[in-house]
Structures are given as structure tokens and as C-alpha cells.
Design a protein around this ligand. Sequence first.
Ligand code: NAD
Length: 268
Amino acid sequence: MSEERIINIISNRNYESRKTKKNLIYKLRKNGFEPSETYSDKAELNICIGGDGAFLRAIHRNAFPEIPFVGINTGHLGFFQELLPNEIDSFIRRYKAQDYQVEKIYMVDATVCTKKKCFYLTGINEIVIKGVRSKVVHLEVFINDNHLQRFSGDGLIVSTPSGSTAYNFSAGGSIVYPSLESLQITPLAPINSSAYRSLPNSAIIPGDAIIQIKPELRYENSILVLNDGMEFKYDSIVSIDLTMSDKKIYKLNFSKDMYWNNLKSKFL
Ligand code: NAD
């Protein structure tokens, strides 16, 4: 008896996504696959329909699975979403012929320790440390226990290579090719005056380094942590340690030039 080839279909509820989903399910069945609208961990592939937000949510909601992803873009930018709805036939043909590469997506882990306990977060794009109610934050920043700076400003973004084209890019950070094992610290509106000195530009940190951020004592209750756009508030934060995650996400890539074409078509 031949094994079922299950493919998970994860879609947002937009009209275009629902239409694409229907067409995709029909064509996958015709090609001998078993599309599943409820997440199965026996699947060989996850297909996500929507924009970048749908892609990020699909990964968070399914606890960072090792089953590779491919995205069909029905949103605006679609940086993670490789395919267009009218490319389903060629996608199925190339998938069956195994004519693709599997790309790794590096993520960032944060350990947020309060006076009582530690909390663990994993981000695909970035983890941001900001002030609540738009207050200025004062943060001590260490790299591998070496004091780097006392930052004052709106906050700091710690971005992954794949996330470098997201919030990091809008804040003036550099674009980092996804396969470069690194994290980037990017300041949000750093204050530079006779009272405060903060690095005005981003710094790219090797992937094995530990970034430690400690809010100044009187700001321990005014910190907001954002994980891929989702807000978390903790009381009495003592420190936040950020490292490249051991977990990885896998994504199908159908063209080695896709990254550069994407950059040009989406940003220029
Ligand atoms: P959203 O719908 O508000 O998306 C924000 C924008 O970020 C969208 O245009 C999306 O296509 C784009 N985006 C997301 N990931 C990207 C990536 N890796 N490369 C290039 N563009 C990317 O919110 P959402 O869809 O829930 O996404 C959350 C993300 O939004 C966060 O991870 C953060 O990176 C981004 N964000 C950006 C800004 C900014 O640019 N000023 C501010 C807040 C959040």
C-alpha cells in the first residue's frame, strides 16, 4: 500500500486566499496528494496562503515545525511567500520532480528573566525591546559579557537575517542575506546629546554571541517586548538574553535568484 502524501494547507480568510485554497486543494488531489486543512504532523509540506503576517502566524501557532514551508502570496509584500496564486501548476510540477532547494531560516531566542522567573520566546523576524506608552528606555547592552553601551531612545530591535528586511530595514538597519548566521542590533530613535550617548547605527553580531540587555532599575516595569509584532509585558525585568536559536524553519526555494529579485521588486 502506498503512503499518503499529506500536505498541510494553512490559509488566512481573505477572499483571494480562500479562492486560492480551493484551487490548490483541487489540484493537489488531482496529483495524488492528500491536502489537510487541519495541521497534521505527518505532513511532508506546509503550504501557507496569505501575506508575510500569515506566514509568521503559521509558524508561531504550529510551534516552529521542522516540516518545510512554501508560501503562496495573496498579501501585499510577501517577502516570505515565494509563489503567486497563478503559479500553482508549475509549483506542483516542480515539487513532484524535486526541483527545488530547501532553505534554512535562522531565528532568535530571547530569555526574559524577571525577579520571579524566566520566560522564553522565539522570533522569526525580530525581538524588539521598547518602552511602554512610548516612553524613552534606558538599557545597558552587553555582548558576551562585554559592556557595549548604555542605550537611551525608543528601543532596540534584535533582528534575524530573514527579518532584516522587515522592521529592522525600516529603522535603518542593514539587509543581511538569510544564510549568514548572525543577529543585528538596531537602535530605534537613539538619543545622542550631551546627556546620553547611544550607537546611532546597527551592529551585526556573530551567530554564537550572547546579547544581554538590562533595563535600568527604575525602568524594569516600563519595558515592552515585541516578538514578530506580538506584544508581551513582564513585571520587574532583570535581564533579556538574546541568541540565535537552535531551532530552524525550512522553506522551499524554487530559484537561487529569488532573494535578489524579491529585494529589487519589493523595495525599489
Ligand atoms: P503587518 O501586517 O503590520 O506587517 C508589516 C509589514 O512587514 C508588511 O508589509 C509585511 O509584508 C512586512 N514584513 C514582515 N516580515 C517581513 C520580512 N521578513 N521582510 C520584509 N517585509 C516583511 O504585521 P504582521 O504581518 O503581523 O508582521 C509583523 C512584522 O511587522 C514584524 O515582525 C515586524 O518586522 C514588522 N513591523 C514593521 C514595522 C515597520 O516597518 N515600521 C513596524 C512594526 C512591525
